[in-house]
Design a protein around this ligand. Structure first.
Ligand SMILES: N[C@H](CCC[C@H](N)C(=O)O)C(=O)O
Length: 274
């Protein structure tokens, strides 16, 4: 059985997108990992699976799976790609995506730029989640870390010079720290001025990616909480830039940035055993 897929990226964070409302293929950790494998499969940071929404207010139900096979509640760059996929399919310009972290309104800015309302950041230890209530994150790394959930857990370290940080060594060390009961995406931030920052993210379940949309949101939220940034920030990542606005009135975080279709194709299900 041949299954169609779409290959897309949001500033270098890349995805395989499957419309499961058509095929409803069964998923397993093994099948996800193989589809995401850059040698044995199609290759991507995350697999995105679309299906009919359960919520009547939503246009589509979106699930995100890291290349390591685990499911994530949020994926900013992937959400923008799904908005572009919906626009390509239905020509409309506003959508509501149902995710495991809630309903995300999205809108088309132009043919390659999408804006997603990533919802409200969650800072209570039980919501992030952390394994216990702490005043400060006593982690074995400088940078006065702050933790927040954008529908997925993030820890942000503030550093003077990002070029002195090894995000692979430090990210790998911290991703599964016992303080993070569900693991965490580890972000490293160098403030450039109050409205711009350089960010690199070691992603939970995917490693160092070229960009992390929810990580960009988390970095701005934590920088504002630390008094280091304004609520409107340009976030510069290896793969490109995002504009993040943490709206004071609604407490919602708006993320605006580029998306690209790379190619579409088909894969034979027989080659991806459960
Ligand atoms: N690795 C993340 C999911 C993907 C997030 C990232 N690709 C984004 O654009 O937000 C997690 O396990 O929470």
């Amino acid at each position: 059985m041949n299954i169609p897929f779409y290959k897309m990226h949001g500033i270098g964070n890349d995805f395989v997108i499957i419309d499961n409302s058509v095929n409803s293929i069964e998923l397993s950790e093994r099948r996800i990992k193989t589809l995401c494998d850059r040698r044995y499969g199609i290759g991507c940071d995350q697999l995105i699976v679309l299906s009919q929404p359960k919520d009547s207010n939503a246009d589509i139900y979106v699930r995100f799976f890291n290349e390591g096979g685990d499911e994530a509640g949020a994926c900013g760059n992937g959400s923008r790609c799904v908005a572009a996929w919906l626009h390509h399919k239905y020509q409309s310009k506003k959508f509501i995506m149902q995710t495991n972290a809630g309903l995300l309104p999205a809108e088309v800015i132009d043919s390659h730029t999408m804006r997603v309302n990533m919802g409200q950041p969650k800072t209570k230890w039980q919501e992030i989640p952390l394994s216990r209530d702490v005043d400060t994150l006593n982690l074995p790394l400088a940078g006065e870390p702050a933790a927040v959930s954008m529908g997925n857990p993030h820890a942000t370290f503030f550093v003077e010079d990002l070029s002195t940080v090894d995000p692979v060594f430090s990210g790998k060390m911290l991703e599964k720290d016992p303080l993070f009961s569900e693991g965490a995406n580890i972000g490293f931030v160098q403030m450039l001025d109050r409205q711009s920052m350089r960010v690199r993210v070691w992603e939970r379940g995917a490693g160092l990616t070229l960009a992390c949309g929810s990580g960009a949101c988390a970095s701005v939220v934590n920088a504002v909480r630390r008094g280091l940034a304004d609520r409107y920030c340009e976030v510069k990542m290896d793969g490109g830039n995002l504009i993040i606005e943490w709206d004071e009135e609604t407490n919602n975080v708006l993320m605006t940035g580029a998306v690209h279709f790379s190619f579409s194709g088909q894969f034979s299900l027989e080659n991806y055993p459960l």
